[in-house]
Design a protein around this ligand. Sequence first.
Ligand code: FPP
Length: 241
Amino acid sequence: MNEELKIPNHVGIIMDGNGRWATKRGLMRTAGHKAGADNLKKLCIHIADKGVKYLSVFAFSTENFKREKAEVDFLMNLFFSVINKEFDFFMDNKIRVVFSGRREPLSDKVLKTMDKIMENTKDFDGLTFNICLNYGSVYEIVDTTKKICEMYKAGEIELDDIDPEFIQHNLYQDLPPLDFVIRTSGELRLSNFMLYQASYAEYYFPEVLFPDFNEDEFDKALLVYNHRDRRFGGIHENKNN
Ligand code: FPP
């Protein structure tokens, strides 16, 4: 009997290996980022078609500012131009776009584009596409803690209001927990990606570099997810295990 595939509600992708993809082809690293962005658009549609409701991607970490200025500038321009160029794509596909991360030191030009797409897509109920840009999980927890302390100081909440759900609601974006985190390129690290949200996620580390992580690769990943036994600290469903 063919059992139906379980579809994770929230998928996270650490899009790693763009630089290596380009270098292997004798291209500039930036060509890898461009290929990664093209791939991401196709993946978005495919992942939404599969029934995933939330997709979070790691586009730029706070630590990525340590890269050469030319690469940082290229990435910032890429974010700006992709979001502008794909405005109709997000609108037509009813994709709600949100961003996670610190606004400082992003340029006004990039921030305005981010705000515009968020505002225009905020009522869509298709895929929620969370772009982690200038993001780091440890600082997200610091920023959330400060925000909650301010609420407490202002008398808006009591200590007992603070529970795991309350913290989730006050992170950069109020998103459900991650079910499945994929990091491409074979690196076995989380690199500060959504640590609170991923506390009970399943992980998958394919060797394939992000620009090659296409629809077929995502389907392979789904099969892997379907073979995982998610217990959330409980016991095996299959008592023979
Ligand atoms: C990591 O690969 C990738 C990045 C730092 C950038 C990812 C950005 C995109 C795919 C563009 C997405 C566009 C939008 C609008 C969200 P790496 O450069 O660290 O690769 P390497 O480890 O092979 O050097």
